[in-house]
Every structure is written in C-alpha cells, then in structure tokens.
Write a protein that binds this ligand. Structure first.
Ligand code: UDP
Ligand code: MG
Length: 380
C-alpha cells in the first residue's frame, strides 16, 4: 500500500514517513502542495495525508485537484494544527475522509490510516508505545536553546533523550559557551545519537549566558520550520512538561512571549534556596520598578516566543550576562509600545521548579546585578 503525505515541516514529515514505513507502508513525502500534486499523478497512491497550510499550494487546493480535477475517490486524511470548527467542517466538505488535529500521537495516525484502508488491525497497533517508534507529532516546530557552561557533570542527557523520544517537532540546540571541561565532548557524543533533533552550537570563548542564548536563538532562526523559539537551563530546573505547557499557551493565544514563573502557590512544588530568596525578592522589586510591569519573576530560565520577537529584538548583544531577560522585556516595550506590550507577554506559573546545585551564578555576580540593573534603567 502506498501513502502520499504532504507537510511543510520537515521534522513532522520525517516522523510520519518513518512511522508508516515501519508498519509496512510505502511512503512518498512532499514538502509543499505543488510537489504533492505532481507526486500524486506519478505514484497513484492508495491514501493521501495532507497538511493544510503549505507553500505554493494549500492542502485545500491539493484536495480540489484530487477530487474535482482528477475525480479520484482515494481516501484523504487532513492533518492540521488548525482546530477551528469552520476549517474542520470545510475540509470534510472539500472531500476529506478524516481530520486529525496536531499534536497527535503517531500510533493514532497509524490506526486511522488502517481503518480508512479497511485493513485489519493487529494487537500491536493498540499498544501505546513508549519507545523510539512512538511519539507525539507537534503542531508547531519548536527550537529550544540550552546554554551550557561547564555542564559536563550536571547535564542530564537521559532526561533530554527521553523527551526527544516522545516528542517530534522539537529541535534542541545546545550552545557550548566556551566550557573549560568536557562539555563539548559530552554534547557531540549526545548529538550523534539524535542527529535530527539535536544540534550543537559552539562558542569558543565564554561570553556568558545572555550571549550564548542570543547566538543560539539567532542561529535557530535560519531554520524556517521552527515557529517558536525558546530557551531552557541545562540543569532542567524547569522540566520539559512545564516547558511544553508554555508552548501550548503560546500556540493557543496571541501572546508573543510566554515566560515561566516560579510563583509559590498551593499545588505547585517550587523549591528555591532561601538565601537566594531574599536577594531575589529585592531584585524583583527593583525590576518591577524599572519595567513598569507587574512581573513576579523575570529571571526564570524557561521562556518561549514567536520568531518575530527574536528577529526584531535579538540583533544586538545584551548589556548584561545574567539579567538579559529584563532587557528582552524592555526591548519589547520599546519596540511594541508600553501599552501593547502588556498584552503580548504572559507570565505563566510553573507547576514544578527545583533549585539545582552547581549554579554558575556567584555571590559576586549577584551583587553586580544591582549595578547592572541601574545600567539597564539608564540605557533603555
Ligand atoms: N551558562 C552559560 N554561560 C555562563 C554561565 C552559565 O551558558 O557563563 C548557562 C548554564 O550552563 C545554565 C544556565 O546558563 O544552563 C543557567 O546557569 P546556572 O544553572 O548556573 O544558573 P542559575 O540556575 O543559578 O540561574
Ligand atoms: Mg540553575
């Protein structure tokens, strides 16, 4: 059985192709609507899986070609990130036999494909796989920068690997910030295990977290399949589940940036060092005054934003090594205007946060931060 699948996101296309081939289908993949039409004519597939938003020709146009021009009754599954009822109904009207909303599990895709093809289902089709062959297809491509300075001992490659095995559509970019230990070796070895989902960006000199994140984000902009770009600390003090929640908020809203926030509240397990707590309470108060925004916690290391924020605001190096988050918000304020910016940023409480030992932020850094805040207040 031959399946034609079209999607403009390479990571998604690759995952579907791999999964369907694994269960025995012959798969042809197209990255845009025009190619899909051409491949349809040449290959005469038994089933078609179409994304809606594609360059050159949309999924709707491809469907019209198949149903109207070619008068073909071949089963068509639309697989889209669009969850609007009008669009879903329109797709069925245009001739779709099924509509799958992303994010979706790959096993679900297989079951739906087999049902449409009236193939008998095997018991293994109903198993929820936890290993490599399973995974969730994301709605959007997400790039995550993980700055790493001397993280050889601390880097939990196991946790990163586990996340990658269960999620398709994520690209992790580890930025080695001039580490003097074996970090780069550890990263390079790890990258070989997941060549499609991990990239390494190497800064030969230590430039501080701000510059490492900035360079990593600008580098990720080159990849057009990434809709959202974010960053996360290497120690995973914010876990991936929470990071995904930030992504979900972004994709289901008009916000331009969603920031994790370590707010103490019932139902969340937020473990912070108390010695740091006092300093950070003072710092946070000053930050609120400088920003003119009621931010509770600007310094959490987990943030995700739309491409345009990076395109517009990451061009110039930040003034400071540690409190560049404040600079990002001030740049947004200057760029979008003080009123509008309040509706563009969402501070989202995390469910979990743990203080990880081995912080690279020294006491000296902490004291310097007060002076740096003054510098920031003057510059922006
Ligand atoms: N980091 C970096 N360059 C530096 C110092 C730190 O890229 O010069 C990275 C570090 O590897 C980690 C993140 O920045 O991923 C936050 O550092 P850390 O966990 O030490 O700070 P804290 O959790 O205390 O804010
Ligand atoms: Mg940390």
């Amino acid at each position: 059985m031959r399946i034609l699948t079209a999607d403009d996101q390479p990571i998604i296309l690759k995952s579907i192709k791999h999964k369907l081939e694994q269960v025995g289908f012959d798969v042809i993949a197209a990255t845009n609507g025009l190619d899909a039409i051409e491949m349809f004519d040449i290959n005469n597939p038994d089933l078609v899986i179409l994304d809606l938003n594609m360059p050159q020709k949309s999924g709707f146009e491809v469907m019209e070609y198949i149903r109207v021009t070619k008068k073909s009754r071949v089963p068509i599954i639309v697989m889209s990130g669009n969850d609007e009822e009008t669009v879903i109904v329109e797709a069925f009207e245009a001739g779709a036999d099924d509509y799958i909303e992303k994010p979706v599990g790959l096993n679900e895709v297989v079951v739906r494909v087999k049902k449409l093809l009236k193939m008998s289902l095997k018991s293994e089709d109903f198993k929820k796989g936890e290993k490599k062959d399973s995974g969730i297809l994301q709605k959007n491509g997400v790039g995550v920068v993980i700055p790493c300075y001397n993280e050889e001992e601390r880097l939990k490659t196991g946790e990163f690997a586990n996340f990658l095995e269960n999620n398709r559509g994520y690209l992790l970019s580890f930025v080695n910030d001039g580490s003097t230990d074996g970090t780069l070796d550890v990263l390079n070895k790890f990258q070989k295990q997941y060549p499609d989902s991990i990239k390494i960006f190497n800064c030969p000199q230590n430039g501080g977290k701000a510059e490492a994140v900035r360079l990593g984000m600008i580098d990720l902009l080159q990849d057009p399949s990434l809709d959202y770009l974010g960053f996360l600390d290497a120690d995973l003090s914010t876990n991936f589940q929470d990071f995904e929640d930030l992504v979900k908020t972004l994709s289901g809203s008009e916000y331009k940036l969603v920031a994790g926030s370590r707010i103490q509240r019932i139902g969340a397990s937020i473990f912070r060092q108390s010695s740091r707590g006092i300093i950070s309470k003072t710092v946070n108060w000053i930050i609120r005054k400088i920003l003119g925004m009621e931010f509770q916690d600007t310094q959490c290391g987990a943030k995700v934003m739309r491409r345009e924020v990076v395109e517009n605001l990451f061009n110039e190096p930040f003034l400071t090594r540690w409190i560049f988050d404040v600079e990002i918000f001030l740049r947004m304020k200057n760029f979008y205007g003080a009123d509008k910016v309040q509706t563009m940023i969402c501070e989202q409480p995390l469910k979990r946060w743990v203080h990880e030992d081995g912080s690279k932020l020294s006491m000296k850094d902490s004291i310097q931060i007060i002076g740096q805040l003054l510098q920031i207040a003057i510059k922006y």
